[in-house]
Write a protein that binds this ligand. Structure first.
Ligand SMILES: C[S@@+](CC[C@H](N)C(=O)[O-])C[C@H]1O[C@@H](n2cnc3c(N)ncnc32)[C@H](O)[C@@H]1O
Length: 317
């Protein structure tokens, strides 16, 4: 099966424009707090470092690292490279690493004119400023910004070939929700092969059943406490399903992730980062309507699995 980031083809032009305009507005808003948002990249580096130190007794600078799905703004990979870490990443889509025609041409060839326009606008309006903010922050920590283009691989991670046991750390942030179940199974099996025996994997997901899980922009976590006009209802994606986000989603439940991941890995820890997200919207009526779900899966969203190589042979698929 070929996987792409192609958006929902049944999304009407109006819905597509609405979602993308909301995203644009959010981006403009975070523009003024750029340095703050870039700082969070370093918090993530520190968190990766603490977790590798705890579980594999290695500092991140001594690890060979793979990032699955680095995204259109691969700040974390750039920060890691600049700090001297040995990191490779793979994403379905070509990132715009510099403002050069070759990147835009490659996006146009693979994803068509819609994605080309989106990437071009983002690049002109935001990328340069974000990169400058990242460079300033790196400099304040004594690092010069480095971008090794050859480390940014483009392709489907589940189909990619990496050497066996070549990584100490494999991580992925908010990617697995966009991978179909069977593809994910294939990828997770490959990850056990790519990891060294004492290596660990960190998979961070957004849970579909959470209030933000439909990925409709107006229900994004940071907007939940804002008094904004919304056109959809809380947990719209599990109830009336009138609107769709502009991304492919596998809609898996937490137990399904557990089942796939534990088929190949030992789950060393599960971190529920947002155990009480949107509970104020969970009225008794909505709770009754969503009685097939546990309360915890309705009010959770960001969730991290820390995985180790299995002590026994993984199941064969
Ligand atoms: C929501 S973005 C997250 C990007 C980034 N990790 C971040 O935190 O900003 C999901 C990314 O996963 C990538 N992706 C989805 N399926 C993939 C696959 N099978 N192989 C590689 N990358 C994939 C998409 O291209 C997209 O860039």
């Amino acid at each position: 099966m070929k996987v792409t980031n192609t958006v929902n083809s049944h999304l009407s032009l109006g819905e597509w424009l609405h979602e993308n305009f909301m995203l644009f507005k959010m981006r403009m808003k975070s523009f003024s707090a750029m340095d703050e948002s870039i700082k969070s990249v370093f918090e993530r580096v520190e968190s990766l470092d603490a977790i590798t130190a705890q579980y594999s007794r290695k500092r991140i600078r001594d690890c060979q690292i793979l990032e699955i799905g680095f995204g259109a703004n691969p700040h974390l990979m750039i920060a890691l490279q600049s700090m001297g870490c040995d990191v490779i990443g793979i994403d379905l889509d070509q990132p715009v690493l510099h403002f050069r025609t070759k990147y835009f041409y490659s996006i146009y060839k693979k994803n068509g004119v819609g994605r080309l326009v989106k990437s071009f606008v983002r690049s002109v309006l935001f990328d340069k400023y974000e990169r400058n903010a990242l460079a300033r922050l790196l400099e304040s920590k004594g690092f010069g910004m480095k971008i090794d283009e050859s480390a940014f691989k483009v392709g489907d991670a589940a189909e990619f070939v990496f050497e066996k046991e070549s990584f100490d750390l494999i991580f992925s942030n908010l990617v697995f929700m966009h991978i179909p179940m069977e593809k994910m199974r294939q990828l997770v099996r490959k990850m056990t092969e790519w990891l060294r025996p004492d290596g660990i994997a960190l998979i961070r997901i957004g849970i579909h059943t959470g209030i933000s899980g439909g990925l409709l922009t107006e229900w994004y976590p940071h907007l939940l406490n804002e008094n904004i006009q919304r056109r959809s209802d809380p947990w719209e994606h599990l109830r009336k399903k009138r609107f769709e986000a502009d991304y492919y989603q596998n809609k898996l439940r937490l137990k399904e992730y557990r089942q796939v991941l534990s088929g190949y890995f030992d789950i060393l820890e599960e971190i529920n980062e947002t155990p009480d997200l949107g509970s104020k919207f969970l009225t008794p009526e909505i709770r009754a309507e969503l009685s097939d779900y546990s309360e915890s899966e309705l009010i959770s969203f960001r969730y991290t699995f820390i995985l180790g190589k299995p002590s026994e042979s993984p199941m064969l698929s």
